[in-house]
Design a protein around this ligand. Structure first.
Ligand code: C2E
Ligand code: MG
Ligand code: MG
Length: 699
């Protein structure tokens, strides 16, 4: 504390001293100049007045005694007189003029050749007007005086004085000023030299460091030993550079590090990939592109805070697993980065063996899916992965990432929780998807999609109580394309909204037509999870239903169990307003989505549609029979209607009847058929036993 006070005092004193000295020297200099200036001014004014006075006196003298000589043009006498006047050191010319301004006599020194006729306008004016004239130039003062005889002007005389005396005074003043500066300079030379040294020593180092910083070299090792304020400037500059460097390090860390997991982020991954793949000729290795399955569910169910904590744990685990799985196979260091959301990328240089990669990815995925403890929760998520080797499957980092990402999406699409290696056939499948997407876009634009109807039947009497509207697409190039092939593509490419709207409108319109014929059948329309992501879905759907004029309770919307589970929050938000208008909701493909049965009771659904994969085996598999029986019992307990999908045989139908299933749907009664065929069936049943009368349409 005391030392710092002393330092501050010393530095203050130094500053005051330096400035006081500089100001004193400057002050003395200015004062001296002012004194010299005043003195010069006085001397000049006095001399000027004296010269003028002398000129006037001399001219007066000549004028007084020369009147007769001028009138009589007595040159000799006149010249003698003028020479006498011009004998004075400061007079440089003395002249006499006739009353017409013509010079007729002059002192010898300033006399012009006799042949020259000299005329002076001033002399003429002086004689004619009887007035004195004083003419001043830079080097002379002239005095012109009229000469009178008997009250009449007979001519004029001129006396010209030199101002050399004034120039001498100026020179003298200049000398005095120079002398003052010299004396002051000599007197203060040591102090000034010392001050100059203090003021400039070390400046060049700061300049050099600043130039280096401007070029991007922030690691300057500037010494801060210069004396005085420059030393302080050096310290301040060094401190500024330190802060700048640390800020840049912070900015870089934030820009290239993922905030949640602390792993390199996507920007950093790009740099790493470029370094490890693009800028390393001959580099071999692989990329593991990992995506967690249904991570959104965790966020929706437990909140983003828990989701982030889980992601952090999983990221740490992934880094450990990658390290452990690879270090014995390669000496190169692998890189793990968070690509986006729940997607991570691992670059494994030096590992290209397909069997080894399969082994590594399987181990990593299995161990990643083990439960993680977050507070009181024990959470687990499966992960899928795409595996890609370089350079054989992709030459550039960009291509490698893209292909690994495609393989990961393929894994998610076909076998979640597993790894899929990138291959040419995968590329072909993707190309096929591209073609489908392209053709589908055209089909949507040209309205060439169609809706078929599959009857839903009461198993106890075979009565058609409604239908499920199912999309059909026959393309000119691709032929008949199955919905489970093109619907995921439509979802991915943002085409599902117009398609869903088309199916809903058509189903409502066709069913309304049957109602107008007094056949009160219902209709079920599938809703894709992607449609539910649109915040306007409820309003939009209610508007379409309203416009159709069909009673809302004759419509059922089917949502697959997996999407209910995956997006439960959003799904329920979208369902409630529509359901409150009387529309029914069904859980489609029940049994495939691993839903928690107890949570079903709280969900706003009216119908359970048991997936075909369960019905398929009830006739030959005891366990399946038990499961379906239990599902039906549970649905009854929860007051839910049931539809058993894929009833193909009478035996399956009989089981359904026995266990009290509400409705059945399947090839036993009919596949999905065009509206004319479907309406024919409905009309035909018209009180007649459908089973008996429509054997022809059975497949
Ligand atoms: P889903 O909603 O579960 O529809 C039932 C599927 O099972 C239909 O296949 C139907 O033809 C088939 N099916 C019905 N009975 C039997 C049977 O006895 N045996 C066999 N083997 N299959 C039977 P489809 O029409 O190929 O549709 C497949 C899936 O595509 C549908 O499954 C649904 O998830 C989706 N889908 C169809 N149309 C639409 C639509 O308009 N919108 C949306 N979002 N998805 C649709
Ligand atoms: Mg369905
Ligand atoms: Mg289904």
């Amino acid at each position: 504390m005391l030392t710092s006070l002393r330092d501050t005092g010393r530095s203050l004193w130094k500053r005051v001293f330096v400035r006081a000295t500089l100001f004193s020297v400057g002050g003395i200099l200015v004062f001296s100049f002012v004194v010299i200036g005043i003195k010069y001014h006085i001397q000049i004014s006095e001399t000027e007045a004296r010269l003028e006075h002398d000129a006037r006196q001399k001219a007066q003298f000549v004028a007084n005694i020369s009147a007769r000589e001028i009138e009589n043009k007595n040159y000799g006498e006149m010249e003698r007189l003028l020479n006498a006047v011009a004998g004075d050191r400061s007079v440089i010319a003395a002249k006499a003029f006739s009353r017409f301004g013509q010079e007729f006599a002059s002192d010898f020194a300033s006399a012009k050749p006799v042949s020259e006729t000299l005329f002076s306008e001033t002399a003429l004016n002086a004689a004619q007007e009887g007035q004195d004239y004083t003419i001043e130039t830079s080097g002379t003062i002239e005095y012109v005086l009229p000469v009178f005889r008997n009250g009449t002007a007979v001519g004029s005389v001129l006396v010209r004085m030199s101002k050399d005396e004034m120039a001498d005074i100026f020179q003298e003043a200049l000398w005095q000023a120079a002398l003052t500066v010299a004396v002051l300079f000599l007197a203060f030379l040591p102090v000034i030299a010392w001050l100059m040294y203090r003021a400039t020593a070390g400046i060049s180092e700061v300049t050099e460091a600043a130039n280096g910083a401007a070029e991007g070299f922030l690691d300057c090792d500037l010494k801060t030993e210069a004396p005085g304020e420059v030393g302080e400037l050096q310290s301040a500059f060094l401190e500024m550079m330190r802060k700048l460097r640390s800020n840049i390090v912070d900015i870089e860390r934030l820009a290239y590090t993922d905030r949640i997991t602390g792993l390199p982020n996507r920007a950093q991954l790009d740099k790493l990939a470029a370094k490890m793949i693009d800028q390393k000729p001959g580099a071999t290795g692989s990329v593991l592109y990992i995506g967690f399955d249904r991570f959104k569910l965790i966020n929706d169910m437990h909140g983003h805070h828990t989701g982030d904590a889980l992601l952090r744990e999983l990221a740490e685990r992934l880094v450990r697993l990658v390290d452990k799985a690879t270090h014995q196979h390669t000496v190169s260091v692998s890189a793990v980065a968070r690509f986006a959301g729940d997607e991570f990328v691992c670059i494994l240089p030096g590992i290209t063996d397909p069997a080894l990669l399969e082994d590594i990815s399987a181990t990593i995925l299995t161990l990643l899916s083990k439960p993680v403890r977050i507070g009181s929760l024990s959470l687990s998520v499966d992960a899928s992965a795409g595996v890609m080797t370089y350079p054989d499957q992709g030459g550039t980092a960009e291509e490698v990432m893209k292909n690994a990402n495609l393989a990961m999406y393929q894994a998610k699409a076909i076998q979640r929780g597993k790894a899929v290696a990138y291959s040419e056939s995968l590329r072909e499948q993707l190309n096929e998807r591209e073609t489908i997407a392209e053709r589908l876009r055209l089909a949507v634009e040209h309205g060439t999609l169609d809706v078929f109807y599959q009857p839903k039947v009461n198993p106890s009497n075979g009565e058609i109580v409604g239908s499920e509207a199912l999309l059909r697409w026959r393309d000119e190039v691709l032929g008949q394309v199955r919905p489970d092939k093109f619907i995921p593509i439509a979802e991915e490419r943002g085409l599902i909204a117009p398609i869903g709207e088309f199916v809903l409108k058509k189903a409502l319109e066709d069913t309304k037509r049957l109602h107008l014929e007094n056949m009160q059948v219902s209709v079920a329309v599938n809703v894709s999870p992607a449609q539910l992501q649109d915040p306007n879905f409820s309003d939009h759907t209610l508007r379409i239903i309203g416009e159709s004029g069909l009673a809302p309770d004759k419509l059922e919307l089917e949502i697959t169990e997996s999407s209910v589970m995956e997006y439960s929050g959003r799904v329920i938000e979208q369902i409630l307003p529509i359901r409150s208008e009387g529309v029914n909701f069904a859980i489609d493909d029940f049994g495939t989505g691993y839903s928690c049965l107890s949570s079903l009771a709280n969900m706003p659904f009216d119908t359970l549609k048991i997936d075909r994969s369960f019905i398929m085996d009830i006739t030959n598999c005891e366990d399946r029979r038990t499961i379906v029986e239990l599902i039906l019992m549970m649905a009854n307990q929860l007051n839910l209607n049931t539809v058993a999908e894929g009833i193909e045989t009478p035996l399956q139908k009989d089981y359904l009847k026995l266990w009290g299933g509400t409705l059945g749907q399947g090839y036993l009664w009919s596949p999905a058929v065009s509206f004319p065929e479907y309406s024919a069936m409905v009309r035909a049943q018209n009180g007649v036993d459908y089973e008996a009368s429509n054997i022809a349409v059975l497949h």
